[in-house]
Design a protein around this ligand. Sequence first.
Ligand SMILES: Nc1ncnc2c1ncn2[C@@H]1O[C@H](COP(=O)(O)OP(=O)(O)OP(=O)(O)O)[C@@H](O)[C@H]1O
Length: 250
Amino acid sequence: MTALLRFDDLTLGYRRHPAVHHLSGAVREGSLTAVVGPNGAGKSTLLKAIVGTLKPLEGRIALDGIDRRDIAYLPQQAEVDRSFPIGVLDTVLLGHWRRVGVFGGIGRRRHEEALAALAAVGLAGFERRPIGALSAGQFQRVLFARMLLQDARLILLDEPFTAIDARTTADLLAVVRRWHGERRTVVAVLHDLEQVRAHFPETLLLAREPVAWGPSAEALGPANLLRARAMAEAWDDDAPACRRPPRSAA
Ligand SMILES: Nc1ncnc2c1ncn2[C@@H]1O[C@H](COP(=O)(O)OP(=O)(O)OP(=O)(O)O)[C@@H](O)[C@H]1O
């Protein structure tokens, strides 16, 4: 197995309060992994640490053979500011920034790639619309089109289908399958367990600590789901710090 991403006794948190404890394991290159767990389980926190916006409290994240510019990251919808006055096509063209730089010119080929990406997500004809005038589902399609241009080796999606209708979800799941077919590595935070079982071969079940990580059918078995729920019910958000020592000190 070639690991693209490794977690080594990783602990993440905010102002010294751990939100993810002692996570170890690897994400295989070309794999399609769901991250599942109750609210507050640390799923978004984990993606932020992979992108590099949050530094580990303990342990480390190793990227094997890629750097952070090879990562495309789709944050939760609530975190994306849509008040910026920019149109659909220009938003998609931003997907080229890694190759052309902020001040680089967009040639005809890049322009055509952007139009093709918009067509691939079912938004041909929307090029001039301001992003503020799109529905939530249409805007999610725009963000997927932008990621199509990014040509990233690791794609991180935080709840990409929350508040998105069934038709749009099916179309965007097809884009995820396309990435998987291109041997890109995809990690997605998801809440719909049926969707995970149907479309995501591997699952990390997280409840601040890893509960299970492996083939989705096993990781999402009833005993693991019960354990994750029981762990969530026992959370104490005022706990001062992690009680378990790091592995190296054990
Ligand atoms: N910026 C922050 N500052 C302080 N605490 C935070 C911050 N962001 C998240 N947390 C806390 O970290 C814990 C994990 O949050 P996180 O958003 O990673 O959970 P999640 O699994 O993505 O949840 P959800 O399913 O609700 O999106 C929670 O207790 C949350 O309150």
